[in-house]
Ligand binder design. Sequence first.
Ligand code: B12
Ligand code: SF4
Length: 497
Amino acid sequence: MHGLIFNVNIELQRNPGGHRIATILRKNSWDIEVFDFAYHAKVDSLKEFVRQRYSPKTKFFAFGTFFSQWSEQLNSFTLWLKKQYPDIPIIIGGQSVNLTPANNIDYWVDSYAENAIFALLRDICNHSSSAAVKFDKSYKDKKVIHSIKDYPAFPLTSYATQYQKRDYLQQHEWLMTEFGRGCKFKCSFCNYPILGVKGDHTRTQDDFERELKRNHDDWGITHYYVADETFNDSPEKIKKFAEVVDSRIDFSPYFAAFNRLDLLAAHPETWDDFKTLGMYGHHFGVETFHRPAARNIGKGMHPDRLKQSLLNFRNHMSGRPFRANTSFIIGLPKEPKQSFMQTVDWLKQNWTDQRAEAFYLAIDQRTATTNLSDISRDPKKYGISELSRKQFSKLYKQKIAEKNYPKSHFLIQDGYAWTHDQMNILEAFELDMQFKDWFDDQPLSMWCLDHAVFVEEKPIDQCVRLTESGCSVDDEFIVKKNQFVQDYIHKKLSDHS
Ligand code: B12
Ligand code: SF4
């Protein structure tokens, strides 16, 4: 049996999700081909690809979205698919997939889908009335599978993603990998759907080793972004995977991941394991250095300890290709503006060789998301209330309307116009914009190191040095990556036998 998966991503990246689904289906005798960068392909190229690949064995067409991205072009492609192949169902999958403005879709598979996809395909192949599949009954007009609830795919012992020759990977690309699914904590602002997990919920060492070796041996790839929400949620986990790099492989991988600063501070014994593993890219969601505000959201280590550990860790990594982002939330309940400004001063004095980011508190209340954070469900519990339309319009006129802020940065239309004793959403938004100005000349974000490696085609340690001050490779990256994507599409269409 055969199926095609189109990956949709504006960012010129390969989506890991579509490849992961392809990997597990192939293990069960499916022939699945993935078409990456579908967002950047002409509709005619997509049609040509389908004409070449379609056979009587084709059972589905599918799309994988990242950040719910989509386009009108893709709507015209799905319309064409429906007209040409009316009997072949169209599936779409991804996190918060129901936010995707896609048309002509038969089945929507929300969130982690390793189990849901088998349930759905069993029905599709048996031509049953879909009575056996559990659909989310709250949707009256579309068939939605709420995988997190009805077909949970965690914890798994394998998170391996296997790429194929027909994916045309190249050595300087970074891939996404996963060590474990689920986070041990339950921060109130977090909308990740798998929280409070207990025990070891990670993949096996063998599974990890196989993936590293395959990507290295087949394509020379050694750079990875890590999908875990909190990679360092237990010291044992870091040791477990550091052991693999230390004793089972003969090359040096590089990892960049979300880590918690308070855990880094509490467990200095993990610092050498980070080195052994090759995890030199870190994103610390610090959120705030104001203790009452931190406690209110489920974090609470003393800020002095956090700051000192951050600096000590940077020293510990000296001479390695280290890049760390610290990120803060502007407008957490209980934190006055003055406290946030102290954080800004501290960052200016201590953290200009690394990256600092701050985003205004966004309270998302769209029920079509996979999951809502506790703050979004019950803002009042955190001392937050909603501005009336009148108050909001007045403040908007005073604070925002006349400033030339890019509209794309302001997501209020999707959110909740919050206010509390210390701040409101418009003040927080203004600070967010100012913060971007204050820290305009920063080193490249750890999430964009892949751009530098891709452009320079040099080892990561040289690239990290190149991007130490203000240097941006984005223009070059876009030109080069666009060329890469067009070559990829050309190969897809011409190498088919
Ligand atoms: C890493 C990451 C990032 C990185 C991306 C780095 C990179 N180079 O790719 C960075 C830091 C840049 C980032 C930024 C943002 N992110 Co982010 N990110 C993630 C994270 C942690 C991992 C994604 C991942 O690779 N997962 C591993 C793969 C295997 O999972 P997956 O793609 O979801 O695939 C599974 C399912 O979705 C499904 N599926 C996927 N494709 C398909 C296809 C088919 C056919 C089927 C059936 C199923 C299916 O099955 C797959 C296997 O289980 C996720 C949360 C998470 N843990 O997943 C958030 C997440 C994707 N991010 C999110 C958000 C909101 C953002 C930001 C908007 C945050 C912000 N306010 O700035 C930005 C947006 C950036 C942008 N470009 O627009 C949301 C997306 C929600 C949505 N759809 O709108 C998520 C889900 C977090 C959350 N819970 O809110 N992010
Ligand atoms: S914010 Fe991070 S640490 Fe907190 S619950 Fe979410 S994933 Fe876990």
